[in-house]
Write a protein that binds this ligand. Sequence first.
Ligand code: AMP
Length: 397
Amino acid sequence: MTSYNKKTVEDIDVKGKKVLVRCDFNVPLADGKITDDKRIRESVKTLKYLLDNGAAVIACSHLGRPKGEFNMKYSLAPVAERLSELLGQKVIMASDVIGEDAKAKAAALKPGEIMLLENVRFHKEEEKNDPAFAKELASMAEIYVNDAFGTAHRAHASTAGVADYLPAVCGYLIQKEISIMGKALEDPKRPFVAILGGAKVSDKIGVINNLIDKVDTLIIGGGMAYTFMRAMGNSIGTSICEEDKLDLAREMMAKARAKGVSFIIPVDNIVGREYKPDTPFMRIYSDAIPDGWMGLDIGPTTQELFSKSLIGAGTVVWNGPMGVSEWDNFASGTIAVAQAVADSGAISIIGGGDSAAAVEKLGFADKMTHISTGGGASLEFLEGLELPGIACLNDKD
Ligand code: AMP
């Protein structure tokens, strides 16, 4: 179990020091242009703190999947340009990662200046967490700051390996993730309600298992609810179902019962003829889904049931949409839950991925306490797994 009590940039003297900062600059690009700069904007707080406090900052990140080779399609140069606009100062771009150019520029870097290394995944050693590569990266700096939560579940050279060679602390983004999500898992304000949705039970088994020991109420919606309905003996038509997970679903429901956790699944559904956005649809109760129809969203009674279960909650963790929310006809359940979470007044944590995207798209983002910046990382966090990019950081004294 990871300790969540990690040193932050504020717990270490950065004045006059060279600081290697692992950022998450894995931004979407189209024709070499950044189409969403959110991740760059989010990095500014930590970088500004370091620069304002007299550090010389060497930022690094991966971008896309260059498969261990130099490929300028995945160059971080556009990021340097945008970051420079946001910081209001020049961002010196290195033309390599641990090569002559990076090393010379790092050596010449002065306090208050910032440079950006090229894409760390231009070297295959990055994802292999090769110690020699990590040591080379570390050799340019005196302190390591990890602020890339989205890759914290990966033990790569720039996300974990470098911490073997440098004092290692977290930036503000990771600090926020671990303080809010860590508190929810260790000492939640109760009642603690988890809402899980999305396509597959198999993707969320670890999360269900971990949360069932901690929550007061567990709500299951989305495609994964149909495996539970089937496990209870209902007909589910052509709804998505994992036949090999039926026993597991029964076990989980029994575990919830034994622990006194209220376990809620949909009582009605919006079912469609086919897995298509414009398929004919109707509302149907969970014990009456006819053959040839598939559940694509929770129904209106379930929306009410789920929403009521959130009233008075102290902490809400939500991961996964309630239906195929990408399609308008099947988005109402996810919208209703987003509204109910926003209205609950609870500490609300949206666990990355599709639910985070849905909350942002629907305009509820500023109503939530915390929207995790990592999909896979936040799932692993909620599973109670140790994240290498966090475990490697120095604990507070
Ligand atoms: P996940 O990545 O596991 O959170 O799953 C998100 C995906 O689950 C989204 O693409 C949704 O379209 C899909 N999904 C949610 N509900 C259903 C459903 N009832 N049937 C099929 N897919 C679903």
